[in-house]
Design a protein around this ligand. Structure first.
Ligand code: GUN
Length: 280
């Protein structure tokens, strides 16, 4: 059973060790600015984790914790200031933002060279054509987890459940770049279980606890669970009913201990990349 469970911690450590090594060897100064607006508890946890990762790999982290009632103009001004600060290599605005702020406007304000989330339209477009500096952290982490299984992706059926700009859409694109035959499913999809059952590689990014059960999974499938759902008892739970599908899958990522750790590791890698492209 153990070999079925993809070890996200091990892979994330490997990625972070490489980043740390490169920073140490070349004596680099790398700095990530993280902006958090309001007091969303999940966002607070994520931001704290990112700061801890920075410390681990030798990246300086700056936190800008702004109150809920921050105006859009104030936030845009801060982003502009960080864009123009040569000591800042990466800018991450933790999402979601309060409702009175236009998220797209803020993302588009971030310099594409400092956009370590790869959310800016320029970076999204570059990913689309396959010529990019940054990959979005969660989809890139998922790809590394899939590749770590040694499976041949080319020609396989991949199904992505969820179509967000952060995960679903770029995930589908990365699988396509590896020559998978990709289907994107969402809340309006008809026959969702049947489509999921065609997947050699199934990526669940819906945000509904235990949404994917054994009747939706093909025998021998690789299942990547992007879900991070907080249950009433505070336990973290994925989008996949792990125990229900375990017998059927060939490989599966656990929650916690899977995708989340890789998302964080890729952010460190992207911040290092940002510092390098800014030098050129
Ligand atoms: N909120 C949830 N996931 C993410 C992410 O990957 N980046 C940012 N900036 N906010 C998020």
């Amino acid at each position: 059973m153990e070999q079925k469970i993809i070890n996200g911690a091990e892979l994330a450590k490997k990625v972070k060790d490489e980043v740390k090594q490169e920073i140490e060897t070349n004596n680099l100064n790398v700095c990530l600015a993280v902006i958090i607006v309001g007091d969303n508890p999940a966002s607070r946890v994520y931001v704290n984790s990112k700061k801890k990762d920075c410390q681990e790999v030798g990246i300086e982290s700056l936190e800008y914790a702004l109150p809920e009632n921050t105006t859009q103009e104030e936030l845009l001004n801060l982003v502009d200031r960080l864009n123009n600060d040569p000591n800042v290599n990466g800018i991450l605005v933790q999402l979601p933002l309060p409702k009175h702020i236009d998220e797209n406007m803020v993302i588009e304000k971030i310099s594409p060279l400092k956009d370590v989330d790869a959310f800016h339209a320029i970076n999204v477009g570059k990913i689309m054509i396959g010529d990019y500096d940054f990959l979005p952290c969660t989809p890139a982490g998922c790809m590394e987890l899939i590749k770590s299984t040694g499976v041949e992706i080319s020609g396989k059926n991949a199904v992505v459940v969820g179509r967000s700009n952060i995960v679903g859409k770029p995930m589908a694109m990365l699988l396509l770049h590896e020559n998978a035959t990709v289907t994107i499913c969402h809340s309006k999809t008809k026959n969702l279980p049947e489509i999921c059952k065609t997947a050699d590689i199934l990526v669940a990014a819906v945000g509904i606890p235990n949404f994917i059960n054994k009747d939706m999974v093909k025998e021998g499938a690789i299942v990547i669970d992007v879900g991070m759902n907080r249950l009433p008892d505070k336990k973290l739970c994925g989008d996949v009913d792990f125990n229900d599908v375990l017998d059927k899958v060939s490989k599966i990522t656990p929650v916690p201990g899977g995708v989340g750790l890789m998302t964080r590791a890729i952010l460190m890698k992207n911040t290092l990349t940002a510092s390098k492209i800014q030098k050129n």
